[in-house]
Design a binder for this molecule. Structure first.
Ligand code: SAH
Length: 373
């Protein structure tokens, strides 16, 4: 199938849901306006002999003034408005439920095709940080993770990543200052849309989120880390490591069978040598699985001399999965061992445990949401 056929097929699926067949039948191929980077818009405008500078005006209407029709873009000519109307749509996406506790809010979001995702807002002293989802479900199959129990249904479009930020900002009437791509899904399994999303939110006359305020978390898809390191952005990279050796990691994370821990470490070293910013290793503390003093020593040896730090995550137990959270004593002993080994380490402040907003638990309890909907 050639590229154009693929695009049309994808859009046909889209329009099937929206029941806009008429536009497709008339041969019009439409895109979400929120999936356009400034360069995409400029190229589009030039193709239609419109002035390039109109692109930044459109971005201003979308992301600063936040209108949601082209009609409202009053400094554009009628013919340009018509051109935009004929080529782009505004996505349909709604927050249908929210749950709040003191420092965290969880949003249940309905997509155009009725699939549900979630985003979680954490209020830090340095600002509002939003954890967003990248896929409906996830195919990585990590043994401890709830998201993986719901197999991947589809990737989110870049517009659907952008809109998670915009919808939450609209709700809280405040700005999101930090984004962590750590919700449902594996971001590097939706790589192209992820990168487009980063370009869009990074654009300085739009949402203007500095790349240092964006963190992408991956379970370790090595070829994508290699692509990622070639990009010009200074986006933070977090690696879900969760084990100090292949034996343990193979049991917890199937991805380790494709890209094992040695290859992963070699790749992270390359990433750092190529100017990558300090890497975070996430390490869930699972009782008697990966939390012994020997495990801590082995971890220290594995990452010694790397520009990194370890974030120890108290495991959020879920009723569907048998793993237990390490006791406070074991977490502290692990932490002290890493400190003694001169490894930078923190213990993650816990957010959202009481509202199932903790990472990996997003959406899995959607049946609990049902009686709210
Ligand atoms: N797929 C990406 C991002 C989503 S998972 C990744 O693997 O990094 C986000 C983080 O939450 C990962 O570190 C994941 O391992 C962790 N996580 C999953 N289930 C969890 C749970 N029950 N308690 C604590 N952390 C969990």
């Amino acid at each position: 199938m050639c590229k154009d056929e693929e695009i049309i097929k994808k859009n046909l699926e889209f329009y099937y849901f929206y029941a806009y067949y008429d536009k497709i039948i008339m041969g019009v191929y439409m895109k979400s306006i929120y999936s356009m980077t400034i360069q995409d818009l400029e190229t589009f405008l030039e193709e239609y002999n419109e002035k390039k500078y109109r692109a930044s005006q459109i971005m201003d209407w979308l992301y600063i003034k936040r209108v949601n029709t082209f009609m409202e873009m009053t400094n554009l000519s009628n013919s340009l408005i018509e051109l935009l109307n004929n080529n782009f749509y505004f996505d349909k996406m709604d927050i249908i439920k929210e749950q709040n506790s003191t420092d965290v809010s969880k949003y249940l979001i309905k997509l155009y095709d009725d699939n549900l995702i979630e985003a979680v807002l954490m209020n830090h002293d340095y600002g509002n940080s939003l954890c967003i989802s990248t896929q409906v479900g996830c195919n990585m199959g990590c043994a401890f993770c709830e998201s993986g129990r719901l197999k991947k249904v589809r990737n989110l479009e870049s517009s659907e990543l952008v809109l998670q930020i915009m919808k939450v900002e609209e709700k809280i009437k405040d700005r999101i200052s930090h984004v962590v791509v750590m919700g449902i899904g594996e971001p590097f399994d939706n790589y192209d849309n992820l990168i487009k999303f980063i370009e869009i939110i990074n654009y300085n006359k739009g949402i203007n989120l500095g790349s240092r305020h964006i963190t992408v978390s991956t379970c370790g898809i090595v070829p994508k880390i290699k692509e990622f390191m070639k990009l010009p952005f200074q986006v933070n990279l977090a690696i879900s490591l969760h084990a100090p050796n292949n034996d343990i990691r193979n049991k917890l994370m199937p991805i380790n069978k494709a890209y094992d821990i040695n290859l992963l470490m070699k790749t992270i070293k390359e990433y750092l040598e190529n100017g990558g910013r300090r890497v975070t290793f996430e390490y869930i503390m699972l009782e008697n699985i990966n939390d012994s003093i020997d495990n801590a020593k082995e971890l220290a040896k594995l990452i010694r001399n790397m520009n990194c730090y370890v974030n120890l995550i108290p495991y959020n137990e879920t009723e569907n999965i048998g793993f237990k959270r390490s006791s406070k004593d074991r977490i502290m002993a692990f932490y002290d061992t890493l400190k003694k080994e001169k490894i930078n380490v923190t213990i993650r402040r816990e957010f959202g445990g009481n509202i199932d907003a903790a990472c990996g638990q997003l959406r899995s309890k959607e049946n609990i949401w049902e009686h709210f909907i």
